[in-house]
Every structure is written in structure tokens, then in C-alpha cells.
Design a protein around this ligand. Structure first.
Ligand code: ZN
Length: 110
């Protein structure tokens, strides 16, 4: 089966091809988790930019708010090439206030 899915903010569209409902569910969940972030968790602006920074041959995946400069970092699963948003605070609890979006104090504009 083929599913056409458009993100909540209408900016991205993906065609998901799968053999079963379970596979479609899994693919949709992976897509939504990364690409269906509509607004900055700090200022609620919707002008977001996908950024990949490479530092010492490691890639870091981030969403950046073009309005306030806050970032949402993505972790990488060990296998499968999938990403997940880091929504926990340093103490391991879920960031209810900003959903993982945070501003670095020493933000140099990158
Ligand atoms: Zn923002």
C-alpha cells in the first residue's frame, strides 16, 4: 500500500510504501518523529531550519529556530539510520516546558 502523508505545517510531503499496516505505522512514526515538528518549543515560531553539523567526522542533526536561535537536537539510533528528538533534560526527565528545544548560552550563530 502507498500512503501520502503531509506534515501538519504542510511543508513536507512523503510517500510511504509498505507491505503491511505495521510497516506503514512504523515508517510514519519515524517520519513524524523527525519531520513533523511544526514550531519552536521556545518561542513557538514556525520558521525552522534543518541543520547537519559535522564535527570531527561525526554528524550532528538539529532543527534550528530562525527566530530565536533555539535548537532541537536529534539522537541517532545505533542501527537503521533513524533519528529521534532529544526531549529530555540533563537530569533525564522529559522537558515538558520546551519539549527539548533549548538555547545554548554560548551560541555563536551556527
Ligand atoms: Zn524559537
Amino acid at each position: 500500500m502507498k500512503i501520502n502523508y503531509t506534515t501538519k505545517n504542510q511543508r513536507l510531503n512523503v510517500e510511504i510504501d509498505s507491505d503491511s499496516a505495521k510497516e506503514a505505522f512504523k515508517k510514519l512514526s519515524e517520519f513524524q518523529e523527525v519531520f513533523d515538528e511544526s514550531n519552536c518549543g521556545q518561542c513557538n515560531n514556525d520558521d525552522l531550519q534543518f541543520i547537519v553539523r559535522t564535527i570531527e567526522s561525526n554528524d550532528y542533526y538539529e532543527l534550528k529556530c530562525k527566530n530565536c536561535g533555539a535548537k532541537l537536537a536529534f539522537g541517532q539510533h545505533k542501527s537503521g539510520g533513524t533519528l529521534f528528538p532529544k526531549r529530555k533534560l540533563a537530569d533525564g526527565t522529559y522537558d515538558r516546558e520546551h519539549q527539548g528545544w533549548h538555547k545554548w548560552k554560548a551560541d555563536n550563530g551556527n
